[in-house]
Design a protein around this ligand. Sequence first.
Ligand code: ADP
Length: 268
Amino acid sequence: MNEILKLDNVEKYYGNKANLTKAVDKISFSVEKGEFVGIMGASGSGKTTLLNCISTIDRVTAGHIYVGDKDITTIRGNELNKFRREELGFIFQVPNLYPWLTIRENIMLPLKIHKLKGEQYEKKADDLLAYVGLQKYADSYPNEISGGMSQRIGVIRAMIHNPQILMMDEPFGALDEDTRETLNVELVKIWRDTGMTIIFITHNIEEAVLLSQRVYVMSSHPGQVKTELTIDFGEKERDLDLLSDPKFAQYCTQIEQLIGHLALDEIK
Ligand code: ADP
């Protein structure tokens, strides 16, 4: 057991007394180093809030989040910056590349934010570009590449500073199905090659089953973890051949029913 992340009774409220939203309610779970964990749930179930709390973009209202043995809900200042610099990479639904910067400059932008300098990072940017087959676009601008390529850049940009944990908030949600599948397979390769821990929010059940070793299914109002599901395909590779595996369909149906039941419970 090598736990990298632990949430202990995490709560997050927004608003004030007169208009309080309990976005996340008493969430506890832990993630092992190198695990791929999917988070699913209806819109408004607190998935993004949860990811933002782990990333320290948002601060928790109550409870604790530990990364390694550090309680990141209490750290401030330099210690907080060090944590963000060393531990986290964040990938958003839209890659938000700066149009006036080249692709290489976009990839290297987090280094400016984290005040990291050195030739090794320039080499890393070129290595990452080659790794996803986009080295010839290093000096191009974002308007010269496709949506799928832009999101690949979003993924490698989050890895430039060698983070321990990659946080992904519906990273492929805006892409067409074929591109999404291609990027899913590439992400599995990145995960295998780097041994990074990945926390991945998605609305897409097939994507969650293809990628995740465990899936947490959340319910809404307030956002709580209702079920934890282990996705186990034994020694089989996580590639598109899995889509025709009977077990794959079983997992998808199981999650679909879970989310459906949770939605019904809310209507009652
Ligand atoms: P999900 O990512 O599952 O769609 P969110 O984490 O975005 O859910 O939202 C959970 C709940 O918290 C929702 O009811 C949402 O309206 C509310 N919420 C999220 N962010 C804010 C905010 N900044 N201010 C007020 N309410 C918010």
